[in-house]
Write a protein that binds this ligand. Structure first.
Ligand SMILES: NC(=O)c1ccc[n+]([C@@H]2O[C@H](COP(=O)([O-])OP(=O)(O)OC[C@H]3O[C@@H](n4cnc5c(N)ncnc54)[C@H](O)[C@@H]3O)[C@@H](O)[C@H]2O)c1
Length: 256
């Protein structure tokens, strides 16, 4: 067994929104360092297809879960706990929306709130009794640069990601003495379908891509694997004295 603090051998992780992008890359990375990974997505087929050919497929178990639906979350968590103990929860699933308040309907507001905020609430509520009973747990929440600064045209999305930063810090305080660490990740623009599909909806995708690259001082978008490594840092003993943190992965955006 490796002595690396990044080693996840004998650990079990839950990852939501793992059919693509950051969640899929993180599932692969966690499995590559020894974890058993129960990955889920609202799109079960896409999740199965994404992980079936993985080099680490034997360590990755795929489930259906809509994080906005409490019954779906409870069924997922029950199935995972029936298989054994859980060490790590990565609340990664998320929905996006471009628009100011005047372009945001109540349905839009509720949709983003239900996936991004209530999704984290449902998943973490379902796992917290297990973590408390074990006196051990590690929660990593997916926030965003939009959770620490206001980004133009992202009214509802910013609302949800600021809420995730708030939930992260509140839970970190509440459970600091329970050996349960709670941190979040604040990526800038990352080249996943979440970002790239939206760019392709604009009349001039190349110009938009150049703008989006330029919003990061490093002049490019990040790659999902560059976020997955930060998730591994937070989920592993490498960050054993870190709780309540918001880790920027944004090519310097938040520093400016
Ligand atoms: N890509 C970026 O630029 C960026 C930046 C900051 C934060 N984020 C956050 O990272 C997370 C992952 O996004 P990504 O960029 O990898 O996008 P992605 O589109 O590649 O992956 C998101 C996954 O979440 C799933 N999903 C959506 N709604 C769900 C639900 N209700 N229940 C379960 N799964 C659901 C989707 O099916 C998809 O597979 C999101 O929370 C997003 O807000 C992304």
């Amino acid at each position: 067994m490796s002595n690396s603090p990044f080693n996840l051998e004998n650990k079990t992780a839950i990852i939501t929104g793992g059919a693509s992008g950051i969640g899929a890359a993180t599932a692969e990375l966690f499995a590559s360092v020894g974890a058993t990974v129960h990955v889920s997505d609202i799109d079960l087929k896409a999740c199965q297809d994404r992980h079936a050919s993985s080099e680490f497929a034997d360590k990755i178990i795929v489930h259906h879960c809509d994080v906005a639906d409490k019954a779906s979350v409870d069924a997922y968590v029950d199935a995972v706990l029936a298989a054994g103990m859980v060490d790590i929860l990565f609340n990664n699933a998320g929905a996006g929306m471009v628009g100011r308040i005047e372009q945001t309907s109540e349905e839009d507001f509720d949709r983003l709130y239900n996936v991004n905020v209530k999704g984290v609430f449902h998943m973490t509520s379902a796992l917290m009794p297990h973590f408390l009973e074990r006196k051990a747990g590690n929660i990593v929440n997916m926030a965003s640069i939009c959770g620490v600064i206001g980004v133009p045209d992202r009214f509802a999305y910013c609302m949800t990601k600021f809420a995730i930063v708030g939930m992260t810090k509140a839970m970190a305080m509440d459970h600091a003495k329970d050996n349960i660490r709670v941190n979040c990740i604040c990526p800038g623009r990352i080249a996943t379908p979440f970002m790239l599909d939206r760019i392709n909806e604009y009349p001039d995708p190349e110009a938009i891509r150049a703008d989006m690259d330029a919003s990061q001082p490093m002049g490019r978008m990040g790659e999902p694997e560059e976020v997955a490594t930060v998730a591994l840092y937070l989920a592993s003993d490498a960050s054993s004295f870190v709780t309540g943190a918001c880790e920027s992965v944004d090519g310097g955006w938040f520093a400016g």
